[in-house]
Design a protein around this ligand. Structure first.
Ligand code: FAD
Length: 323
């Protein structure tokens, strides 16, 4: 019988939405293997968050509190989540493939002596013969991997798994954090985050992204932002413009940036390099505006406009405002 544990993610007392997708993946594992799942949440002063996790049918929500877990460090959190997995007798460990999930989960796998598949986009097969699909080569191929260890550790791509569905209430259990503070060699210093009133890139239902075709960083404000604001959208960008210092790092969409799958993705002045497509081609509807009819972005676009963005985008924004 499989026993699955979901590693919930929180920062500063706020649960990451991606945790609900990890719960969705755990529910799929339960359906395929039989068995049950638990959830672990770690931090300091986070007992209240357990209430947001106890209606998905998990057997238990384990709460691990420790002063060393007040702010995220991979070392302390890996110790805590490793302890939770052991306490639960987990045979599967599931976390979301977010920045924190990608940072911490391999350490949890190492602590458990477990094999790991990262960035899983689909789970196939059934108990004893599970395989995991994961993108390779910048998303150009999907590999199928099998894990042969007794405990299997996964990070799952949040955009590929539906949020968990409601289930029975769970028992909330406080357990020892398992953190040995004297062994922690990482120190949390501060978080440098970009403050914005716009929705977070990975949560937004509309993303408006710009590339080098915008020509100048100022045009993100002048041309792109009015459309994004009208649509209550998050703003994304290509690595080319991030590397050029036009926009902040955390706007980058793609293989080495964020993976998004909004309902609507509008790409303007973006060529559609494979590394960019790797981060957005799962979007429900893709609109591309590019003056080059041969631009690869048109191969994944549902709607393509071959036009100069400096004419097309202000006109589109105006028309939408006047609707
Ligand atoms: P370009 O390729 O220069 O495209 C600009 C587009 O704008 C062109 O298609 C042009 O026709 C169009 N254009 C120009 N003027 C106008 C106008 N007036 N109106 C309309 N259209 C116009 N890239 C990412 O985005 N994300 C990643 O995570 C990422 N990771 C990478 C990882 C590696 C290991 C490597 C090697 C590369 C990575 N890249 C990534 C870079 C990627 O290969 C491309 O270089 C980059 O995506 C190109 O950005 P761009 O589309 O803005 O620029």
């Amino acid at each position: 019988m499989s026993k699955i544990i979901v590693l919930a993610e929180q920062q500063f007392g706020k649960l990451a939405n991606a945790t609900f997708n990890a719960i969705g993946a755990a529910q799929q594992l339960v359906a395929k293997t039989g068995g049950s799942f638990d959830i672990a949440i770690a931090g300091q002063g986070i007992a209240g968050l357990a209430d947001s996790l106890n209606s998905f049918g998990a057997g238990a929500v384990y709460v691990l509190e420790d002063a060393a877990l007040e702010n995220y460090t991979a070392q302390a959190y890996a110790q805590a989540f490793g302890a939770a997995a052991k306490a639960a007798g987990a045979t599967f460990v599931v976390a979301a493939a977010t920045s924190i999930g990608k940072d911490c989960t391999p350490r949890v796998a190492a602590r458990l002596g477990a094999g790991m598949a990262s960035d899983v986009v689909a789970i196939d097969g059934s108990a004893g013969a599970l395989t995991y699909q994961r993108p390779m080569w910048a998303g150009n191929i999907l590999g199928r991997v099998k894990i042969n260890t007794a405990i299997q550790v996964l990070t799952v791509r949040p955009t590929e798994f539906p949020a968990g569905t409601a289930g029975g209430a769970s028992e909330i259990k406080s357990i020892a954090s398992g953190v040995d503070a004297s062994s922690i060699r990482m120190k949390w210093v501060k978080l440098d985050s970009v403050k914005s009133d716009r929705p977070a890139l990975t949560d937004a239902s509309v993303v408006v992204s710009g590339g080098r075709g915008l020509k100048d960083p100022e045009n993100f404000e002048k041309v792109l932002a009015p459309l994004a604001d009208h649509l209550s959208a998050a703003i994304g960008a290509t690595r080319a413009v991030v590397d050029a210092g036009w926009v902040p790092n955390d706007w980058q969409v793609g293989q080495t940036g964020k993976v998004v799958a909004p309902n609507l993705y509008i790409a303007m002045g973006i060529s559609g390099a494979i590394q960019h497509l790797a981060g957005m081609k799962g979007s429900k509807t893709i609109v591309a505006i590019n003056k080059d009819p041969e631009a690869p972005i048109f191969q994944v676009a549902d709607y393509g406009l071959v036009a100069d963005l400096f004419n097309a985008v202000p006109e589109l924004t105006e028309k939408l405002k006047n609707r």
